[in-house]
Ligand binder design. Structure first.
Ligand code: MUC
Length: 91
């Protein structure tokens, strides 16, 4: 099942740089591990914002929630999820 996921990151401006760098490094490792499994096949930076548009390919919304809530940056993200269904005109 495919989901369109929009993530916006809002790190506190007063977070120490070392802490922010550590979370970002753990986030990258977590995200790339999921990409290698095929569960996170697309990620695009939203130009001009600390945000991304992603596509997840998972069994259901419960699996998606488990993966998203495991993101190291999850406590600092606003996330919008849209379930995708096959378009009748798609070939
Ligand atoms: O940079 C981001 O968009 C946030 C997050 C999502 C994947 C990743 O590596 O970082």
């Amino acid at each position: 099942m495919l989901f369109h996921v929009a993530m916006e990151v809002n790190l506190p401006p007063d977070m120490p740089k070392a802490e922010a760098d550590d979370i970002k490094a753990r986030e990258k490792a977590y995200a790339q591990a999921l990409m290698r499994t095929g569960k996170w096949p697309h990620i695009w930076r939203v130009a001009g914002r600390y945000a991304n548009i992603s596509v997840f390919d998972v069994a259901d919304a419960d699996e998606l929630h488990a993966l998203l809530s495991g993101l190291p940056l999850f406590p600092y993200m606003d996330i919008e999820v849209t379930a995708l269904a096959r378009h009748p005109s798609a070939i």
